[in-house]
Design a protein around this ligand. Structure first.
Ligand code: ARG
Length: 566
């Protein structure tokens, strides 16, 4: 694809002394509407250098670059130079890029194979995979796919919450009230029930608390019975999680969770001691972070047991040694902002300059319409139920509207689950939101099903036309504004992907594909595709193809399928 921005920057560089090409590139804008050109260059900043009014400068620059085949016209409007790219050149460059790159359109190699770890999902064993975890899962999965698309060497890690004092509680609860068969048959709800029961019983009998602590200690010391039970809880839970991952089509390279680091912590504790970072406080070991306006990081409890934060520090050091990452990304709720800030600081204080490469990507809270969620009280929405309901509803809609569709079951899954994922990724990740069944199951407006439907419609046009799109396309025929708007939007895809990666913000891609779909539908309504004039038909089909491919690639980055019929 011709890099028009760079071409314009090349020309401007010749005309403007005092600005580097990079500075010029930064300044070139895409105007809010096409009446103002395809690219615009503001001249305000040049006033100082040239000691002239910016309007004058704009006029002079416009005159000096006007005579070039690349442009249809160049205008100056107030302090701006507005460049209108020749329509045929523009459309040809963009559409041919999509034609040659196909499913790789939008990708690049800016990552140069550098190692990027994306840690996401990380649910807790024996606890439900709830709607809060879906955020980490789908945002993390999209960030991984985006980095992968940009040529980074990605590793995905599920830092399972499979360790900690709660396992002592679970063991005690199971030994007192548990039933093996029930756990096998219905693992998570049963384990959750036991966990809740323990919390209730502790109120009456505080000794249970000590007993739980003792059992966790036993687990840490390698006691056979404790280990056997813990392993079993982990296994049955993982089986459940994998069902959900299967529905979402999410895979991990590693399931090294918290327990993976249990034997790696002593070494890290020693290192912290050697660096004189640990301070004693009421028998426990802490790292004082007062100088950084943070509460102390509790590293080791007075009974010698380690904590969540100890395992995070150990895991980061392990990852650096094992993967030598360029970036180590954590997709974890904003509730844990302080936790991450604290241990990033500890790593820095340990002298690791790579602390700056550890990145917490937070996202907002999910609450239920009647208040917040609480695992302890058992008030959660299970992700699996959400997905199943969405698939169910989609199947009903398809059966009503398109009962002859061949693989209804498969499409219902792709569209129903796609709808949930799409809506998750529609807003800025940091925004808190209230989970609503209505919104999740509403398929009108700017939703996943709308975008998928647009894609299927494009596929159907291409199927019906049965024209092979080759190099012989006359792009000058494309001409009309709807078509050119669509071309302009498609052209932005590679930059959109880069921006989403830079900001760790998949919603940039989501909103972008809604734009593509809307622009496509405007074009499709106003320009008949299957027309007598074969040349006109061909160029329009080429644009249909490019739109379809862009939508499909965009959906793919979000982890959403693009069925060809629906
Ligand atoms: N298991 C935790 C939870 O569900 C999330 C883990 C986040 N990752 C981490 N490295 N601390 O709240």
């Amino acid at each position: 694809m011709i890099d028009f921005k760079r071409k314009i920057a090349d020309m401007l560089e010749q005309k403007i002394e005092g600005l580097t090409k990079e500075e010029i590139l930064e300044m070139i804008e895409i105007p809010p509407n096409s009446q103002m050109g395809d690219f615009a260059f503001p001249c305000f900043k040049l006033a100082k250098i040239f000691r002239k009014a910016p309007q004058m400068i704009a006029q002079e620059i416009a005159e000096s670059i006007r005579e070039n085949d690349l442009f249809e016209k160049v205008e100056n409007a107030a302090a701006y130079v507005n460049c209108f790219i020749d329509k045929a050149i523009f459309a040809k460059s963009v559409v041919e890029e999509v034609l040659t790159k196909g499913e790789k359109f939008g990708s690049s190699n800016i990552g140069e194979g550098k190692k990027v770890i994306v840690e996401f999902s990380s649910p807790n064993i024996a606890k439900p995979f709830h709607i809060g975890h879906i955020r980490s899962t789908v945002i993390g999965n999209a960030i991984y796919k985006i980095y992968d698309f940009l040529g980074y060497d990605t590793v995905t890690i599920n830092h399972l919450g499979d360790y900690g004092t709660q396992f002592g509680k679970l063991i005690v609860a199971f030994k007192n009230w548990g039933d093996e068969k029930e756990v096998e048959e219905n693992p998570i709800p049963t384990l959750l029930k036991l966990y809740i029961k323990l919390h209730e019983e502790v109120e009456k009998n505080p000794a249970l608390e000590d007993e739980s602590r003792m059992w966790f200690k036993k687990l840490e010391d390698g006691d056979e019975e404790a280990k056997r039970l813990w392993q079993w809880f982990r296994e049955v839970s993982l089986k459940e999680f994998n069902r959900v991952y299967g529905m979402l089509n999410v895979k991990f390279d590693s399931y090294a969770g918290e327990s993976f680091y249990s034997d790696k912590m002593p070494r890290v504790l020693t290192m912290m001691e050697e660096k004189n970072l640990l301070k004693e406080s009421k028998g426990a070991d802490i790292v004082d972070l007062e100088a950084y306006n943070m509460p102390p990081a509790l590293i080791r409890k007075s009974d010698g047991s380690t904590l969540y934060i100890t395992r995070d520090i150990t895991a980061a050091i392990y990852r650096k040694e094992n993967y030598d990452f360029y970036k180590n990304i954590y997709v974890v709720a904003s509730q844990q902002n302080l936790h991450f800030a604290q241990w990033f600081k500890v790593i820095e204080l340990m002298g690791y300059e790579w602390a700056k490469d550890c990145i917490h990507v937070p996202f907002g809270l999910v609450s239920l319409e009647d208040g917040t969620m609480s695992t302890r009280k058992g008030r959660v929405v299970f992700l699996e139920d959400v997905l199943k309901k969405a698939v169910e509803k989609t199947r009903e809609i398809i059966e009503e509207k398109n009962a002859k569709l061949e693989n209804i079951e498969e499409v219902a899954k792709q569209v129903g689950i796609g709808a949930v994922v799409f809506q998750e990724l529609s807003n800025n990740r940091i925004k808190d939101y209230t989970f609503s069944w209505d919104r999740t199951l509403n398929f009108d407006g700017e939703t996943g099903p709308y975008v998928q439907y647009t894609h299927a419609r494009a596929c159907s046009v291409l199927r019906k036309a049965q024209v092979k799109i080759d190099e012989n396309v006359d792009y000058a025929l494309l001409g009309n504004e709807d078509a050119m708007d669509l071309v302009r939007i498609i052209e932005q895809f590679p930059e959109i992907v880069e921006e989403a990666a830079r900001k760790y913000e998949p919603s940039i891609v989501t909103r972008y594909i809604v734009n593509v779909a809307q622009a496509f539908n405007r074009f499709y309504h106003n320009s008949p595709i299957i027309v007598e004039d074969h040349k006109l038909q061909k160029v329009r089909l080429a644009l249909v193809y490019a739109s379809k491919e862009t939508i499909k690639n965009g959906l793919g980055l979000l982890g959403i399928a693009a069925p060809e019929k629906m």
